[in-house]
Design a binder for this molecule. Sequence first.
Ligand code: UDX
Length: 435
Amino acid sequence: MKKNVAVVGTGYVGLVTGACLAEIGHSVVCIDNDKKKIASLKKGGIPIYEPGLEEVVKKNRRAGRLSFAGSIAEGMKDAELVFIAVGTPPTPDGDADLSFVEAVAREVARHLTRYTVVVDKSTVPVHTGEKVQETMRLHGKPGAQFDVASNPEFLREGTAVKDFLHPDRIVIGVDSPRAEKALRELYAPLQPAPLIVTDIKSAELIKHSSNSFLALKISFINAVSRICESVGADVSLVAEGMGHDARIGKSFLKAGLGFGGSCFPKDLSAYIKMAEEAGYHFDLLKSVQKINADQRQWVARKLKKALWNLRGKTVAIWGLAFKPDTDDLRNAPALDIAAQLMGEGCKVRVHDPVAMDKAKPHLSGVYYAKDAYDAAKGADAVILVTEWKEYKDVDLKKVRASLHTPVFLDGRNVFDPKAMAALGFQYHSVGRPSA
Ligand code: UDX
């Protein structure tokens, strides 16, 4: 059943959510108070790099199912559901900054004209639903009819459109049958994806628990990689042997330079904080954070072994975005690694297929290369930090010839140690023996 929907926030989550809700047949207005962003969206601009998003936005704008507005007043006029999809960035002490969520809740309350389901799509700590409810009661007209719901997103950058249209599950946290009915109708076109209905608090915790568990798997295999490295075992074989156990599963057991992005680091610190407030010391997640931070030191450790003194040496970093198929640099390992190496006196040459323009304001004093080969030119080592397909397909003979010293640090275990040794590289990877 077609619904009128407003989505507040046109970032990774908001724009994907709005465009995909239109794609499954609803009438959607995406709202943002960033006038420049809205102006660009109205001209067909897409402010983020997300494969497939531009096509979905274009198609649904043409179909008249998707439009943009610069204010909540304008955008939510006919809305039956209003999604809050604004940022919840980490505060310095690791809390989630919910001031944008609060501002939207106030504004929505002021503009309610009919029963509306206000849906929290942003990743928020438990109890946020209650706070949104209180805020709306405080700022809305007396007797205003609305319900609040939680509908966490499980979108991965780089596959967000696919993840939305083909979800493993849809979680809705509600405390009224009316809100449940509205959300069931909204997501009906995504059947047969399982739709899990919970109370609001449980839905809020599902998001943080899911992300933290995924981060835990990554830190676990990275901790195992350290043991493999010292005993001479191969962590990719250990992960393969583990992953065949259906209870463990194959995914998120890739050892490497650890996780970055806007979600795992933020959600881990928010969960730890939230647990403290609930009287629980989540030491397990603190270890996940520590292992992840340590993994970024792997590069300098390995380079010192391979090149002895680092001062004056030239190193090439392949990949700046926190993972392939995105231009997102938030918590990207490459930025830390580049800073560490410059601190050791290295000259750093960097390349990324997509994220270099976004990197320039955050990373100065490095050479921005034209391509992977240019980055490697005259370098004493290549460090593969982000496993873009472009690097997997690179002509390794050409790379070897352009290097001053044939040292290759493979931070994502992309290449085969024997093949790399045969090509004349001094090859190091994470948790695997060199040839
Ligand atoms: C993640 C969750 O997957 C998604 O469900 C949630 O909604 C948002 O956070 P995202 O951060 O976009 O999505 O990327 P993801 O593909 O999950 O990778 C996260 C990080 O883990 C990346 O830095 C990646 O390099 C790293 N990673 C992933 C590993 O180091 N090893 C793995 O095996 C998998």
